[in-house]
Ligand binder design. Structure first.
Ligand code: COA
Length: 188
């Protein structure tokens, strides 16, 4: 499992995965509150994310598994000053679900943000119905911060979200990746 920056030349692979997974992703996808159904082209989405990345506001990653692109993980809302916080969103190709790829990806990014980048807090917001995603943060020890009503416009309406977060003080001594690996190798 590896993470690397999203690039314009990921277009064909990204579009193919998204096309195959349209129904799988729809209930969890951000939508426009003003009802606009204009989806930006892949190229303009990447260019916008790259502009925001240069400003230090976002880190758009693709998730690869043994080479090919299998998902996406975006760090957004990076805020410095006295907050030093960011939020993370992610999805994976249904064909690769259930193998622990996203927990490891989120562990990699959490360690990067809290131990290398110097942020203090990482947040993940999840619809309560999304039990698979709740499992991802639970497995990594993210703390439940409660329910935020009508927080994000998802799949055509304002949806409640559960917020999960970690601050640097809560990280295991060697970081989340080490803890995840130890846990994965200690099974029956
Ligand atoms: C949420 C998501 C990223 C999880 O990624 P993942 O790499 O499959 O994570 P895991 O392997 O840890 O599996 C998480 C849970 O998915 C469920 N799961 C297991 N195998 C599965 C499969 N083949 N298909 C679907 N779900 C499966 C299980 O409930 C599992 O929890 P468990 O390990 O306690 O049994 C992925 O399900 C996904 O992309 N869903 C659609 C988009 C989405 O919900 N994004 C997040 C929005 S907040």
């Amino acid at each position: 499992v590896a993470l690397r920056p999203l690039r314009v030349r990921d277009g064909p692979a990204w579009r193919a995965v998204r096309e195959r997974n349209r129904d799988w992703l729809r209930p969890w996808e951000a939508t426009s509150p003003d009802g606009s159904v204009d989806v930006p082209s892949f190229r303009s989405m990447v260019r916008r994310l790259q502009r925001e990345a240069r400003l230090g506001l976002t880190m758009p990653f693709v998730v690869t598994y043994e080479g090919p692109l299998v998902g996406q993980l975006n760090v957004g809302g990076i805020t410095w000053g006295s907050f030093r916080s960011a939020h993370v969103g992610y999805w994976i190709d249904q064909a690769y679900a259930g193998r622990g790829i996203m927990p490891l990806s989120l562990a990699l990014v959490t360690d990067h943000l809290l131990l290398r980048t110097g942020l203090h807090r990482v947040e993940v917001n999840i619809r309560p119905e999304n039990t698979a995603s709740v499992r991802v943060v639970e497995k990594l020890g993210y703390r439940d911060e409660g329910l935020r009503l009508r927080m994000l416009h998802i799949d055509g309406d304002w949806r409640d979200h559960r917020s999960f977060a970690l601050t640097v003080e809560e990280l295991p001594p060697d970081g989340l990746v080490a803890a995840w690996r130890a846990r994965s190798h200690s099974g029956p």
